[in-house]
Design a protein around this ligand. Structure first.
Ligand code: HEM
Ligand SMILES: CC(C)=CCC/C(C)=C/CC/C(C)=C/COP(=O)(O)OP(=O)(O)O
Length: 302
């Protein structure tokens, strides 16, 4: 009896460990944030009377294609990942999951997501989301990441697409307004990533990846972080200027961007041991709150 219970327990533990590995290769937390930004894009689009179920399936489709791209990233980057302290315990890099298993998983969730978008959103959303997948999984991961320190500036467009994808899933058409939300994430990505790359420079050096702090030094990278933080603050005013968002959004985004710029300045002029990682962590809270406020401003205060 004890033997049966303990073997059931170990089976359960194995199942949980496997689930954790599949969630890890899907970059679950990043995908959750991407889906949040897609949801806000969807919520800010003109109301065309689609039901909540169809909207949720559209978001699920975007999430599944994003996760599929993340899995391909884990497969393509497994050799690089195994050289970096931050990533060497990842399931594919460590060999706990084979590349074949991971790729089959990517194909299953990718095809499912694409079909969901075709059937419950529209062809334009399905195609644009596929472009974003190719942009991240192949253009950024297989090529740009190893080729140029501007890798994440150009590659960042793929991760910035979800608000547009959410909007188009509602309307079936492109519009100028969601591009402003894309621009916000596009401008946010470099300081988000370079803060981490500054803290993890030796990792990227060891893996021979030409991230900005490796090729141009930490001091220049910190200047770029400040420049993009200021640009981000300016871009964040645009939704207010075109009356897409109101005063609540303007106030909250100004506070968030003020803190962002303060932390970027601190990183350059008065750094402490944890300042770069502190900015990286804050960038995630910043983007999450910014998009939550975009939603609140639209639905509670207009
Ligand atoms: C090319 C663009 C981007 C690059 C290079 C990048 C890079 C990174 C890296 C290296 C990490 C650390 C992952 C780890 O701890 O193992 C990270 C974490 C994170 N990123 Fe980004 N990122 C990008 C775009 C985005 C976008 C567009 C979003 C969401 C809209 C996002 C949201 C997050 C979140 C939520 C985390 C924390 C994940 C966790 O705690 O597990 N990132 N990013
Ligand atoms: C369909 C769609 C919207 C696709 C976008 C998918 C996606 C997961 C974008 C996030 C970008 C990201 C986490 C980049 C880090 O990659 P990295 O290889 O530089 O970081 P790592 O070293 O942590 O793997």
């Amino acid at each position: 009896m004890t033997l049966l219970l303990s073997s059931q327990k170990s089976l359960y533990a194995q199942f949980v460990a496997l689930l954790q590995d599949y969630l890890a290769i899907s970059k679950f937390k990043v995908v959750a944030m991407l889906v949040l930004t897609a949801w806000v894009g969807l919520a800010l689009a003109p109301d065309v009377g689609r039901g909540i179920t169809v909207q949720l399936i559209s978001l699920l489709g975007i999430g599944l294609l994003s996760a599929s791209a993340a899995v391909v990233n884990h497969v393509v980057d497994s050799e690089i990942d195994s050289k970096m302290a931050r990533t060497r315990h990842r399931p594919v890099a460590k060999g706990r999951l084979s590349k074949q298993h991971a790729l089959s998983f990517a194909v299953v969730i990718g095809v499912s997501g694409f079909i969901m978008l075709l059937l419950w959103a529209n062809t334009l959303t399905a195609i644009l989301t596929l472009f974003a997948l190719v942009g991240y999984a192949f253009v950024y991961t297989s090529f740009l990441k190893r080729a140029t320190p501007q890798n994440i500036v150009i590659g960042g467009l793929a991760g910035a697409m979800p608000p547009l994808l959410g909007w188009v899933s509602e309307t079936g058409q492109m519009a100028a307004a969601p591009w402003l939300l894309v621009m916000i994430i596009f401008t946010w990505t470099p300081p988000h990533f370079w803060a981490l790359a500054i803290a993890r420079k030796s990792d990227y050096e060891r893996a021979k990846i030409p991230m900005l702090p490796v090729t141009h030094g930490i001091d220049f990278s910190k200047t770029c972080v400040i420049a993009y933080s200021v640009l981000l603050a300016l871009v964040c005013v645009l939704p207010y200027l075109i009356a897409m968002s109101g005063a609540i959004y303007l106030l909250a985004s100004s506070v968030l961007n003020g803190i962002f710029i303060y932390k970027a300045l601190k990183l350059k002029f008065a750094p402490e041991e944890d300042t770069a990682m502190d900015l990286f962590r804050f960038s995630i809270i910043h983007l999450m709150l910014l998009f939550v406020v975009l939603f609140i401003d639209k639905w509670l205060f207009i």
